[in-house]
Write a protein of this length. Structure first.
Length: 123
């Protein structure tokens, strides 16, 4: 049985790229364009991995995803990606405390693959 990853991003091309990499790592990727839909999916399904962008449209943001995940009996590992921070930014440090890994866009696909393996215990 394939592991399931929930991928949250409003950029269709990013969703396609991440899905392709996740599929090579043995995941079924479920994609949604915003945090509100991500929370709705997590209410009804169990995921083995969460990958989310930071800035997306809509009133419900990535912080809401992490607040919701606190209520889950088993929290999936989470990777946060963003083009709107640099390696030293306060925003990145905040998400590093909440997530299991962070990446700055643009990133190398091999870096993404390694981080997925690391946070899922496959490294």
């Amino acid at each position: 049985m394939k592991r399931k990853a929930l991928v949250v991003d409003d950029d269709e091309s990013m969703l396609r790229i991440l899905t392709a990499v996740l599929e090579t790592e043995g995941f079924e990727a479920i994609t949604v364009p915003d945090a509100g839909e991500a929370i709705a999916r997590m209410k009804g399904e169990r995921f083995d991995l969460l990958i989310t962008d930071v800035l997306m449209p809509g009133a419900v943001g990535v912080r809401s995803i992490f607040r919701f995940m606190e209520s889950l009996p088993e929290r999936p590992p989470a990777i946060v990606i963003s083009a709107y921070w640099d390696e030293d930014s306060e925003m990145r440090r905040t998400y590093e405390e909440k997530a299991d890994g962070c990446l700055t866009k643009p990133f190398e696909l091999e870096d993404f693959r390694r981080l997925v393996r690391k946070v899922c215990g496959d490294a």
